[in-house]
Design a protein around this ligand. Structure first.
Ligand code: SAH
Length: 214
């Protein structure tokens, strides 16, 4: 496995400065991004771009999200130490590492077998231990809920009711909702058993949340 060198650390510091300039302010999010060796999550041909603020291919037609997007979604989710968080779309595992670095207990679901297998080798090797699940994230994880927070990392055509029902009262669902050819970052807060509040936070670009497994 590649090393984490002083040069990588320097590039990460500059990435964190870029994120601050773009409006990310939560210290725990910036600290996590400053610590995690993002280059280890990428295909070897893209390693030199690992600390640019861009999304990149990770195989199986999927991408590792842009660092700004990861930081923005994490800031909206605002996980506290020990919070139970469900992530839909494990992908490279980078977002899960950010949540773990912030002290959350992470449950993560992936529908693409190739990525599901790959990430289970990588994350434990570099010291991150979420609970991995293979399946269709539209359904969430009913037997493990309710969750303090649910983070969807692919563009959804609508808000899956199963995910809303797996939130604790006071819990938050961060979900990019597809409208036209991009997504509107949406936060849904469960304010009561049957009460949900919805807030929108600007446009982003995600790969689609697909049904079933592959
Ligand atoms: N969080 C990832 C982002 C990966 S891109 C990271 O940090 O790298 C989104 C991921 O969602 C892809 O890996 C894709 O396969 C997965 N995905 C899409 N639809 C899904 C579904 N219904 N259930 C679970 N995962 C899904």
């Amino acid at each position: 496995m590649e090393q984490d060198t002083l040069q990588h650390k320097g590039m990460r510091k500059r990435l964190v400065e870029t994120l601050i300039q773009k409006g990310i302010s939560k210290p725990q999010v910036l600290d996590a991004i400053g610590k995690i060796p993002r280059h280890l999550f990428m295909e070897s041909s893209f390693i030199k771009f690992a600390y640019k603020d861009n999304a990149f291919p990770i195989g199986a037609g999927q991408t590792i999200s842009q660092p700004f997007t990861v930081a923005f979604q994490t800031q909206l989710l605002n996980p506290g130490n020990g919070d139970k968080i469900l992530e839909i779309g494990t992908g490279s595992g980078y977002q899960a590492a950010v949540l773990l670095e912030m002290g959350a207990q992470v449950f993560t679901i992936e529908r693409q077998q190739e990525l599901y297998i790959k990430v289970q080798q990588l994350l434990p090797q570099i010291g991150y231990f979420p609970r991995f699940f293979f399946g269709d994230g539209y359904k969430g994880l009913p037997t493990y809920g309710p969750f303090d927070g649910i983070l969807v990392t692919a563009g959804a055509p609508y808000v899956p009711d199963d995910l809303k029902q797996q939130l604790k009262i006071g819990g938050r669902l961060v979900i990019p909702l597809t409208q036209g050819d991009s997504q509107i970052m949406t936060v849904i807060t469960r304010s009561g058993e049957n009460d949900f509040e919805m807030h929108e936070h600007g446009r982003f670009s995600f790969v689609p949340l697909l049904k079933g497994t592959q």
